[in-house]
Design a protein around this ligand. Structure first.
Ligand SMILES: [Ca+2]
Length: 351
């Protein structure tokens, strides 16, 4: 019986084996140190960058050489979308005592900044606070993936979203030059969203502000910049200062008007730009709760929405500011969670 172990090795065989081992070792080290540099799609990307942008070649090489393919990022993005949650299932994830208490502490720590952001941008400080609370629990969970790995993996190894993440990677390169902070080792979500408010690179470039005036736009380590930047994002997306966000509504009609009610109601996972007037919604039998109604004019644009709540169907009237929250994340459930958390934080902080 042939046995490799029992066969005596000649000095030449030993030398060959050593050489082979050294070869594989060197190849391993070589591959590790080249990261994404040898990936054909990354090479195309490099060629494009050299034509389009004035980005230093050596920096681009260093960055792509350091980027590593991360299978857990590909698993996360390809995970089948869970069944769309109902409002009854979604609300308890975000409207928790813990998240409210942590929000109160975070607000008190940065109260002057929140007040200044509200004054300068005209955006509710409680909405800014709720966004940061929903996104990262007030900066406690900003993500553990290296942003460069996330963007390179999704740009070069995930064809379905490749155009989007290639574009984000380009924005990231520019951002790295502009933001005035070291982003080479920045960490964020598996999709490359960064900092307290989880800004993707293009949003970071367009909406981040240096709110403490130190010359850097640091949304990752600096809560002051993060608070100002969320406020600026909302302002730039059409937030109306002092205007209401949404109201619970009651149906005053009867069964004969049910068809008319269904015709105005918006349901489902997509956001809707306010396309009805308050008057049209009233004519379909829906009226905002009495305490809120005084803020509305009949000509205000709004969306009438139905959510499957814990105690049955809830009707809501969403105004322009509700729509603006969906510019941050497209889900109406997300916007409703942010709104209700902001109201709860306001109530607690004002009492
Ligand atoms: Ca700053």
């Amino acid at each position: 019986m042939y046995s490799f172990k029992s066969k005596p090795k000649s000095p030449l065989t030993v030398l060959k084996l050593c050489c082979l081992g050294l070869f594989f070792l060197c190849q391993g080290l070589y591959a590790d140190s080249r990261g994404y540099l040898d990936h054909p799609k990354a090479q195309q990307f490099v060629a494009e960058i050299r034509q389009e942008e004035s980005y230093p070649a050596d920096k681009l090489t260093t960055l792509l050489a350091s980027a590593e393919k991360n299978q857990s990022i590909l698993d996360a993005i390809a995970r089948p979308a869970e069944k769309t949650k109902t409002w009854a299932e979604y609300r308890p994830i975000f409207l928790t005592q813990d998240r409210i208490d942590q929000g109160i502490r975070f607000y008190r720590e940065h109260q002057a900044t929140f007040i200044r952001a509200e004054q300068e941008f005209g955006v509710s400080r409680y909405v800014i606070l709720a966004i940061i609370g929903v996104e990262t629990r007030y900066g406690k969970h900003k993500g553990n993936y290296r942003v460069v790995d996330a963007l390179a993996t999704l740009a070069f190894d995930y064809p379905p979203r490749s155009p989007f993440f290639r574009s984000e990677l380009k924005h990231f390169l520019q951002l790295e030059q502009e933001a005035g902070i070291d982003l080479m080792n920045a960490r964020g979500s598996y999709a490359g969203a960064m900092g307290y408010g989880q800004f993707i690179s293009s949003s970071y470039r367009h909406y981040a502000v240096d709110f403490d005036g130190d010359g850097h736009r640091d949304l990752i380590n600096n809560p002051v910049d993060a608070i100002g930047s969320v406020a600026n994002y909302f302002k730039q997306h059409g937030w109306q200062a002092g205007a209401p966000v949404a109201s619970l509504a009651r149906y005053l009609g009867d069964n004969t008007g049910a068809e008319q009610l269904q015709a105005v109601l918006h349901r489902g996972p997509k956001p809707q730009k306010p396309n009805l007037t308050i008057l049209e919604i009233k004519q379909a039998g829906l009226i905002a709760d009495a305490s809120d109604d005084t803020h509305y004019r009949d000509s205000d644009k709004a969306t009438a929405m139905a959510f499957a709540g814990a105690e049955g169907e809830e009707f809501w009237i969403g105004l322009q500011n509700f729509y603006v929250i969906t510019r941050y994340n497209h889900s109406p459930l997300y916007a409703m969670a942010v709104y209700q958390l902001s109201e709860e934080l306001k109530r607690r902080l004002s009492s």
